[in-house]
Design a protein around this ligand. Sequence first.
Ligand code: ZN
Ligand code: ZN
Length: 442
Amino acid sequence: MKTNIIKLRLPGSLYQRIMTDLNRPHDFAYERVGFIFGITTIINEHTRLITFNEYQPVDDDNYIEDDSVGARIGSRAIRSAMQQVMDQSCSAFHVHLHNHKGQPNPSGDDIAGLPPVIDSLANIDPDQPHGVLILSKDSFFAWVKVKGEIQLVIPEIISVVRYPMVIQFPSEKKVALNKLLLRQSFLGERSPAIFEHIKVGVVGLGGGGSHLVQQLAHLGIKHFTLFDFDKVEDSNHNRLIGAHFADIKLKLSKTEIAKRLILAINPTAKITIVNARWQEATDKLQQCEVVFGGVDTYGDRGQLEAECRRYLIPLIDIGMDVHETEQGFHISGQVILSMPSQPCMRCMGFINEDKLALEAAKYGKVGGRPQVVWPNGLLASSAVGIFTDLVTGWSGQKERVVYLAYDGNSGLISNHIRLEYLEPNCDHYTLEQLGPPKFIKL
Ligand SMILES: [Zn+2]
Ligand SMILES: [Zn+2]
């Protein structure tokens, strides 16, 4: 087992700021430099997640004229980054751009000049990982210094959380498009590798989640983390994809059924199951690059969204409902993509205090809300479509905000009307609130 697994995540807004700044021409320096700062979460003894939330450009007069290297910065710029590490006890990374496409590699100057910069940062706060991030036009390279480790560590994954995501596995080998995935080659040359390496979480494996895992397995997703505390029983057999009649008697857990379903489609899949509420295994959730939510209540949705925002994880939520009106029964549903630092479910008006209060008042009284198989299938299919575009960018859509409304009586799925009135930014969750919550001692 690898001893150190590092994941780096940058919000899209921060990435945009870095790229804009590093692309500005300088009077004499060939390339620009900056520093990014982030919060490190120790997920387990092997795994650290660094979520970045701040960028510090280097002022023009802090560059030193030196023809032998692309960019030399003065000690003032480095000291200012060191000061930030001291004040915030955060992780700091030196960042610069190699202006080409494809994966960048450190140059001779980088190999000689950058490790000492990392050491200066590590001397200030050795408990935090610090490093170097090299950007290209569409990819990354990084080195990370971890306490107790002599060698610099290359992260397992570097990702930019926006629509579409930029995802790089620095030690990625090209995955050949095998016969099984031939018909989806339009998703892009890198799509088989992305599907093979990306970690996907599915919270709730009932009517919605069971459809999701089935389709994700066919798509070629290999790493699943499945959360559900429930078992199959008579009352959910009408919509639980993958459940056999005999499973009811055996009282199989929904996670076991989902695992069996995935492995039947993709025998090499790596599946982690959590037979508990996701709140009891947040470390497993934090490791996922994208999470699907198929949970029952607004309260649980809100909590899941808050957790995903803290760790810069896009959350794709699906759900359906049946209402009785004077005209009869009406089926409705939604697919929401909750992207960190973009409008959340509260911004979209999907979650509000009234709904939460109503739900809390009814708690325990409503047994067996109506649920059927086909709306869940439609919503799950739409969600898998959103996911596929989010991680591959095949459709060319950019900065897409997703709130799809399903009218189960007409069978139509369309953009929710509230999208037209949406503010672009979310005030409910900010980038200052990344990582584990800090409790201030009074
Ligand atoms: Zn370089
Ligand atoms: Zn919001």
